[in-house]
Design a protein around this ligand. Sequence first.
Ligand code: COI
Length: 354
Amino acid sequence: MDLQILPIDQPNPPISDENNLVFGKQFTDRMFVMEYDTGKGWHSARIQPYAPFVLDPAAMVFHYAQEIFEGLKAFRRADGTIALFRPADNFARFNRSARRMCMPEVDESFLLDALLKLIRFEADWVPHNEGTSLYIRPTMIATEPMLGVRPSNKYLCYIILSPVGAYYKGGVAPVKIWISDYYVRATEGGTGEAKTGGNYAASLYAAKQAAENGYDQVLWLDAKEKRFVEEVGSMNMLFLYDGKIITSPLRGTVLDGITRRSALTLLGEMGYQIEERALTVDEVMEGATNGRLTEAFGTGTAVVISPVGSFCYKESCVQLGDGQPGKLTMKLYHQLTDIQYGKEPDPYSWVTLL
Ligand code: COI
């Protein structure tokens, strides 16, 4: 398939204030778009000016939420070059999500190549300040106008770019987490592992209640027994428990996070024993009190590594250590971001340079 490059009339000046980038609010001048029709396959791939879509009100994405997305980042390095972190893994996961949601798969290498071209056009939008990056959002939506419940015959796949700072307002500051004993995010056999908008929509009500009560995020328990810790919608959770790293196994309800995978590799390399098992909520709450649980942090593209300061469950709250980011958490944060920003070598070939 050819990639058409459409002209842009009036480019906007790139980022005015790198110190005040709000996550996902500002977008670059161009985007990648391609279209799909059953019988024809993907076609009309183009890099075009960033612009709204005109969609039929009956487009299936509006009614039955047939939608998937990805999140990855491009980093500006000290020498001015730009690096993407594990982009091929994101496009592989995009296709896994597509299969689960009955959507057409994409040609991963074509999409990666188109993304690299798009970022070359938008290179001035990759911010320079420490901790900033260009967040990349590949998305696919069902566009056929049809109210019958079945997979769509038409899709749009697009990639938009957004210069970002820290995901949380407080930067790498400890977050306060509420463990929900009632609401659930994903059930076995459901779509929890797919990166599809519905999983996030389903999490909003509990997240709103959490925010109203002063918490930053919700930690979800398994839907069956409401006993085992799973993930925090925008991040996987890792625990330093009895000196070992414990994280939920990937059994279909938890996202196969690329930052999670990278963290497990780096922690294994540091000599930590890794156990992919579901910690119980009692182990978390008691562990924070009896000293078995010394650190906990979330991992995700948007959040990178996010230290947990405290957990609250039912009527009790426990603080981890002195409530400050743990030593190992910060060591991991620096190791990972040093590879991303090119301050340290990349022995795992995670980085794709532009
Ligand atoms: C990411 O980390 O890229 C995500 O997709 C989480 C997001 C919902 C902010």
